[in-house]
Each structure stands twice: as C-alpha cells, then as structure tokens.
Design a protein around this ligand. Structure first.
Ligand code: GDP
Ligand code: ZN
Length: 448
C-alpha cells in the first residue's frame, strides 16, 4: 500500500515540560533526520539527544529523537518520535519543517487508523484507545484496558469460529454426500442456541458500559424546603447550591459532576414541581419536567417531620414512573419514632443537618444501577458493537425459530449463518467500510 508520511503533535499544543511530535510513514526516518543534527547511525529503539535545525541552519530546540522501524511501531510503519521542550512555537516550527520536507499533517485518528489498517490492532482495540484517552474515572479506564487487551475480540472470534464450524460441516456434507456422514441437525441447533445466548449476554453489557463510561444523571425532586439543596451539597461535598429558608430559592437548576465509587454522576437540583402562578415559575416547571425525564435516577425528597403532605403527593405523582428513590429527610426533627410512618415500602432516611444517612443513600443509588461486584474485569460493548450484535442476533433468531424449514435447504442455512458471521466480523473490523472507519477515527483527536 503506497502511503504518504504523516506528522502531528502527539501532545496538546500548550506550554508544558515536554512535547512529542510523531512522524509515521515510509519517509519518516528521512524526514526526521533532515531536521536533526545527527544524520548517521540512527538505530531503531534508541534514544538520541541532539538539535533540531530549520532549513536555514538555525537551531529550533534541542531534544530527543527515537526511531521505530516498521513493522515494530505503533502504526506498523516507520515512525520517528521527537521530544522537544513543551513550547508551542517550537512544536509548530518543527511540524512546519517536516511538512516542507514532504510530510503531511495527520487527520484526527490517522495514526491509530494506520495501526488498524496495518493489522497492529483490531477495531475494538482502536476504539479502546479513544475510550482510554477520554476515560474520566478509574473504572472507565479499566473497562477501556480490557477492550485494549482484546478481550472482546477474543469472544467475538470464538463465536465466529462456532458459526464457521457449522458451515464447514454442512459444506462437507453437501460436497461429499457419499463420504461424509449426515450431520446431526440437533447439534447444529444446539450450537446456534449457544451462540445466541452468548450474543445476548454481550448485548446486555451495553447499558452498564454506558454507565461506567458516561455516568448517570441524578435529579433531586421534591417540594420547596424539604432539603433538596442541602442534600445536593452533602452529596457533592461542598456548598454549591444555595440553601435557604425562603421557599423557592432554587429557581434555576444547579448541576454538578462528581463520582460515587468511580461512577460519574451528573447531579441536578430541580426547582420542584408545583403549581406555578407566574410565567417565570412556569418555565421552571417545564424545565423541571424535562430534567426528570432525562434523569436516570430520581431522588424524591420529603420532610419526615411534616409527613407526606398533599403537595408531596402531587409531586410524587409526577415522578413515580421513574421508580424514584424515596428520601425521608430531617429525621433529626422527629422526636417520636412513630412519626416515621410507612408511606412507602422502601425509604432512605436522612438528616442532612446531622450528616446521617448520606452513605446509605449513596449505596442505594449504586444498587439501583445493578452493577455487579466484579465489574472491573467485565467487558462492556459500545453502541457500534451493540448494533452489529443485534443484527447478528436477528439473523440467528430467525434461523433458530424456523429451524425445521432449513433442514431441506442447507445452502440457504449456510448463507444465513454466513450473514450472522459477517456482522460479527464488523465488530472487530475484519469487514469495515470506509464509512464505519471514518466515523470511528474522525472522533479521535489530532495526533492519536
Ligand atoms: P430545598 O428548598 O428543598 O432545596 O431545601 P433547602 O436545602 O434549601 O433547605 C431548606 C431548609 O431546611 C434549610 O433551612 C435547611 O438548613 C433545612 N434543612 C435541610 N435539611 C435538614 C435536615 O436534615 N434537618 C433539619 N433540621 N433541617 C434541614
Ligand atoms: Zn433548594
């Protein structure tokens, strides 16, 4: 494959201690050497210290030069990595020099795309790199590393193999009816069922993966003065929402990102769903309803010292479809234990004022996410994987439910099984259109 040589900064263009510039392609060494003080005896995987020089002979900076010889590099091509001082003009000048010597500035994700096209990584691993770079929590990092290690690819390949084996047996029987024993169609059906179940299991990981990578939206809802803003602050850990004795202080939504146990949480303090008299409040209420709809989990807060009032009931009606976590706040104000009446089966009791029940509430929130204990070792699929898996599942389900009809049409059975197999190939990128590749790699940042 005839390819040009690309260059880009691998580190962001900001003043820093060190910047890295990467050159990849068949002329990487030639171009790299043309701006470096050392011209000869550059061996792969050795670090050389020298000066970077422009076309007029001026020194741009001094720094390190490393050469990776194809195919033993990230991209699988000849690669030169240059480390300079982390100065924006220095990096720009060096890139400009390499472009004058024949390199082209890389498109987003082009290094990783080349690594994929040269067989260094498969498509799920390429996606894992982007995922790892963007990971916001340790949990998300672990999930990305599992992908990067090829754990999903391995599973997909196993499933593909199963389907391929079925087709091989059928083909042998069709081609050599005299020599090959007729295959037991029950076993074929069993094998299909196994693949179907495995695919279903993989599909079920999507939701959890989304939670781990993107987090959840958590909305606090309740009538004024029950302690929503106080709870918000207690959860986030510092005074952000305005806590006030005057009803209806929280007009606009206050949102804050934080984490519970490595799960990114977008916490939203709502204005409360109540009858509005003036226009501004009405807008607030419309927005509140929107926020509630968008929320993954709703915390419905009421004041236990006042009991479950008519107004609480009205608001509860608005959110009950979301199966909210019920928070009974201000337990410190109850003198008589009997006041904790059972309005609901499950209530988390809190006293934000005396910092009680907050960790129980956090546990309840996590419980609602249905994450398993060993989620660190699990594989999570992304939306693209899910789409391909669903297509494969549809085809296999069709075969499975109409299995009797296929018995006399084994050629068609083979074609349909092959179709399912192709959808699995899409996931690891064995079948990949420019379209799919474009979509994946264009979402990368420059230099990756
Ligand atoms: P919001 O309108 O629902 O956001 O309620 P705020 O958080 O602004 O709280 C209203 C009032 O209740 C404030 O004076 C808080 O200090 C008080 N408050 C909040 N939580 C508790 C609690 O657990 N116990 C007591 N005694 N007061 C609380
Ligand atoms: Zn408030």
């Amino acid at each position: 494959m005839e390819k040009d040589t690309i260059v880009a900064n691998a580190t962001p263009l900001v003043a820093s201690a060190v910047s890295i510039i990467r050159i990849s392609g068949k002329d990487a060494l030639k171009i790299g050497k043309s701006i470096f003080s050392r011209k000869n005896n550059i061996e792969p995987r050795k670090v050389y210290f020298g000066k970077f020089i422009d076309d007029k002979g001026n020194i741009i900076d001094e720094g390190l030069f490393i050469y990776f010889k194809a195919p033993n590099s990230f991209t699988g091509e000849d690669v030169v990595e240059i480390q300079t001082h982390g100065s924006v003009p220095v990096v720009k000048q060096i890139i400009k020099q390499t472009i004058e010597k024949g390199a082209r500035f890389a498109q987003p994700g082009e290094f990783t795309k080349r690594a994929f096209l040269n067989g260094k990584i498969d498509l799920t691993q390429a996606e894992a790199i982007a995922q790892l770079i963007e990971a916001k929590t340790e949990k998300a990092t672990k999930a990305a590393v599992n992908l990067l290690e090829g754990k999903l690819s391995k599973q997909i390949k196993k499933l593909k193999e199963k389907l391929m084996n079925i087709n091989m047996l059928i083909e042998a029987e069709l081609n050599f009816p005299e020599d090959v024993e007729e295959i037991d169609m029950n076993i074929v059906k069993e094998n299909l069922k196994e693949v179907i179940d495995e695919i279903k299991k993989l599909i079920s990981t999507y939701k959890k993966g989304k939670i781990i990578n993107e987090g959840i939206k958590l909305a606090i809802v309740g009538r004024p003065n029950v302690g929503k803003s106080s709870l918000f602050n207690a959860l986030v850990g510092y005074e952000r929402a305005i806590v006030s004795d005057i009803q209806g202080t929280t007009r606009d939504f206050i949102e804050e990102s934080y984490q519970i146990d490595g799960i990114p949480i977008r916490l939203i303090d709502t204005a409360g769903v109540r009858d509005a008299k003036d226009e501004i409040e009405k807008i607030g209420i419309e927005k509140t309803k929107e926020k509630i709809k968008e929320a993954d989990i709703v915390l419905f807060v009421f004041d236990v010292s006042e009991g479950f009032t008519e107004e609480d009931k009205k608001i509860y009606e608005e959110v009950k479809d979301k199966n909210p976590i019920i928070v009974g706040n201000k337990t410190d104000l109850i003198l008589d234990k009997n006041q904790k009446k059972c309005y609901f089966k499950d209530i988390i009791y809190t006293s934000v004022k005396s910092q009680k029940g907050i960790s129980e509430l956090e546990k309840e929130i996590l419980k609602n996410l249905h994450l398993t204990e060993d989620s660190d070792s699990e594989i999570y699929i992304n939306l693209r994987h899910q789409e391909s898996l669903k297509k494969a599942l549809d085809v296999l389900n069709k075969i499975y439910t109409n299995f009797e009809n296929y018995k006399d049409f084994k050629e068609i059975l083979m074609i349909d099984i092959k179709e399912a197999e192709n959808y699995l190939s899409e996931i690891i990128g064995e079948i990949a259109t420019e379209d799919i590749l474009g979509k994946i790699f264009s979402s990368f940042c420059i230099g990756k």
